[in-house]
Design a protein around this ligand. Structure first.
Ligand code: DGL
Length: 252
């Protein structure tokens, strides 16, 4: 079984991509519904929430853990990898894909949670890609709340539009959706700024997971299954998860 973790329903977008690439695996999706959004929490709190999820996964004997939450990656993935021996695969903003995509060196807008954008790990990524003069940062914490409340209409569009106003968006080649909750709004970004290429880390992270499992001889060829856990307990609201999954299918 593979454990997939997010603060809420954002990571379902990565789970969907993983299932496309690994259709014969058993998954346990853990949404920390009691504590979402993480953007408003301290790093110490986030570390302890993620620790609870990891302990849950260990009890379930998972063979790998996927952090489907950019915020959790940036706060604690190194620490987790130092302490646990099982593979921990973690999503991060797809800045490299965006840099590689633009031959003309135009600007890249990275949208994520404030915690991701101010983290040392994110800064290291930008430094490594030599992209300090290309990358602009835009925190969209309200979008996490809107996604959790299933608000995908004009209200969300208006929030994104208002937030983008501070940039001369014509100068940009791409937008990186650096929070898994934001992938639900890909069509909205496309509508607002059709000239932008839009990237998220889902495809790359799923591919990385597949490569690691294959290298370790851990791929399964049994029947696909997925169970949904909310903050340590089986969900009482499966239909909510199913609504998000239906929405994700429309994105691809
Ligand atoms: N989905 C998470 C991410 O990718 C974070 C959302 C939150 O603030 O809880 O960053």
């Amino acid at each position: 079984m593979i454990g997939v973790f997010d603060s809420g329903i954002g990571g379902l977008t990565l789970l969907h991509e993983i299932i496309q690439q690994l259709p014969n695996e058993q998954f346990c999706y853990y949404a920390d519904t009691e504590n979402v959004p993480y953007s408003t929490k301290s790093e110490e709190q986030i570390k302890s929430y993620v620790e609870d999820a990891v302990n849950y996964f260990l009890q379930r004997n998972v063979k790998a853990i996927v952090l489907a939450c950019n915020t959790a990656t940036n706060v604690c993935v190194e620490d987790l990898r130092n302490r646990y021996t099982l593979p921990i695969i973690a999503i991060q903003p797809a800045v490299k894909v965006a840099v590689d995509n633009d031959k003309f060196g135009r600007k890249i807008l990275v949208c994520a949670t404030p915690i991701t954008l101010r983290s040392a790990r994110f800064q290291r990524l930008v430094d490594l890609l030599n992209a300090n003069n290309l990358v602009e940062r835009l925190a969209l914490p309200e979008l996490v709340k809107l996604a959790e409340s299933e608000v995908f209409d004009e209200k969300a569009k208006q929030y994104i539009q208002d937030s983008l106003q501070q940039f001369d968006i014509k100068q940009f080649s791409s937008v990186v959706l650096g929070c898994t909750h934001f992938t639900y709004y890909e069509p909205t970004f496309r509508e607002i700024a059709p000239h932008l290429s839009i990237f998220d880390g889902n495809e790359g992270t799923a591919r990385h997971l597949k490569n690691i499992l294959s290298k370790l001889n851990l791929l399964s060829n049994e029947n696909f299954s997925v169970e949904y856990i909310e903050s340590g307990k089986p969900t009482q609201n499966l239909s909510r998860f199913e609504r998000y999954i239906e929405r994700i299918k429309l994105l691809y």
